[in-house]
Write a protein that binds this ligand. Structure first.
Ligand SMILES: *Cc1c(COP(=O)(O)O)cnc(C)c1O
Length: 423
């Protein structure tokens, strides 16, 4: 049946293989594989979505699931967010949106990145809501939408100080007025993005808000205006307008760590691995590339199958701690591409096969993305989004895994000769 189509044949073999593995208990059945995985707590995500909706009310919530839902797995997180009441989803590019549509999600999807002219057909075909910044694209979308007898919703973005994607006020007004009566086009939203919201309601943030309000005075017929991402949603009630675009907070992290511990957000991701080997090293021996860690005493070293290609950043070498048996154990030496080592000398009864937590909670201890970001000199957004495609995700509801995604579910498709030649 698939004789002519090797990709379809491969897909069906893979599907048959997956079908044999029941979702519940899948984690234990995967023990033969490489022991690194992420557990995505969909109950925590649904809790956060509900909490943010309550914060935003009466504004609507766009759940930002770009970058594979900040590393958490786009389709399952998007589905959960919509079920928990999010009015729509936001991603950066058409490919990300297409993944959601392929995953059976029919909620509105806002594209917050700059869409390309060449993608107009896919945008209309997939029923997306792009941010449009040129008349040429408005015209192309209008033609396609009216040809199909559908209404193409679009948003426009004001440049108010980030100096990135938006249009300056006069150009924005000209574009919006020019496109206002195009057949098939509905300009549904007007927005801007803050440059320094994490610093709170400062003068600059207020000026950006004033700029959006000024634009909306001139384009008062546009039904929706929005400015807030997670930070201003949580910190500045005056920024909520009628919609908010929340990303980071969905996943349980506050944009300003420690700003308001009572918000009640719950962490969604736990990144786990297992002790695959225990080594005894004598005092004076070194561990790992570059010999950057030296045993000061006879030491017990645990080998862990999580490396920087999984998202455990190399700059955390000799800095981060992992959790084993509910206890913190320091990383010993350089984090390699596929594995790392931890000094477990002070962890009693440590054994091969023990679960180790790279990011998350075990027993009473927690290592979170804020801690790793601080140690790595970056932000929690980058730590979360950095959990790579190689790491399987298990989606947990009510304590058991209900679904899984892996690298192997994104199979290559053959390119037509002309496309291949143009690369
Ligand atoms: C990523 C993004 C957001 C979400 O930001 P968070 O700080 O993660 O909530 C909102 N709006 C735009 C335009 C974005 O690019």
């Amino acid at each position: 049946m698939y004789a002519d189509d090797p990709v379809a044949a491969h897909r069906s073999r893979v599907a048959a293989w997956y079908a044999r593995i029941p979702y519940a208990g899948a984690m234990s059945e995967r023990r033969g594989g490489r022991p690194v995985w992420a557990e995505i707590d969909l109950d925590a995500l649904a809790h956060n979505v509900a909490l943010l909706i309550a914060h935003a009310r009466p504004a609507r919530l766009w759940a930002v699931v770009k970058a594979n839902a900040y590393g958490h797995g786009a389709v399952m997180c998007a589905r959960t967010a919509v079920e928990a009441g999010a009015a729509g989803l936001a991603v950066v590019c058409v490919d990300e949106a297409e993944e959601l549509r392929a995953g059976g999600i029919d909620a509105p999807i806002l594209l917050v990145g700059q869409a390309d002219m060449s993608e107009c057909e896919r945008i209309v075909g997939l029923g997306l809501t792009p941010t449009v910044c040129s008349m040429q694209m408005m015209l192309a979308l209008s033609r396609l939408a009216s040809g199909r007898g559908v209404t193409q919703r679009v948003h426009v973005e004001l440049e108010s100080g980030l100096n990135r994607n938006g249009l300056p006020l006069d150009a924005l007004v000209e574009l919006a007025e020019g496109a206002r009566r195009l057949p098939g086009i509905e300009i549904e939203g007007l927005y801007t993005h803050l440059a320094a919201a994490e610093e709170g309601d400062t003068g600059f943030t207020q000026r950006q808000r004033d700029a959006l309000e000024e634009a909306h005075r001139r384009l008062a017929w546009i039904p929706s205006k929005h400015i807030a991402a997670s930070a201003s949603l949580l910190l500045s009630p005056s920024m909520r307008f009628d919609a908010v675009r929340a990303g980071l907070a969905l996943y349980g992290y506050h944009p300003v760590p420690g700003a308001d511990p009572n918000v009640g957000l719950r962490r969604v991701i736990t990144l786990k691995t297992r002790v695959t080997r225990l080594l005894d090293v004598a005092a004076g021996e070194t561990v790992g590339y570059g010999r950057t860690w030296e045993a000061r005493r006879p030491s017990k070293i645990a080998l862990l199958m999580c490396g920087y290609a999984d998202g455990f950043r190399r700059s955390l070498s000799n800095r981060a701690q992992v959790l084993v048996r509910g206890q913190r154990a320091p990383i010993a030496g350089r984090i390699a591409m596929d594995m790392c080592m931890a000094d477990v000398t002070d962890v009693p009864n440590v054994a091969v096969d023990d679960e180790a937590v790279i990011m998350g909670t075990q027993g009473g201890e927690t290592v979170d993305a804020d801690e790793l970001a601080e140690l790595a000199g970056t932000i929690s957004w980058e730590i979360l989004a950095g959990v790579s495609a190689r790491v399987p995700r298990f989606y947990i509801r009510g304590g058991s895994a209900i679904a899984r995604t892996t690298l192997n579910e994104r199979l290559p498709v053959p390119l037509a000769a002309d496309v291949a030649a143009s690369r």
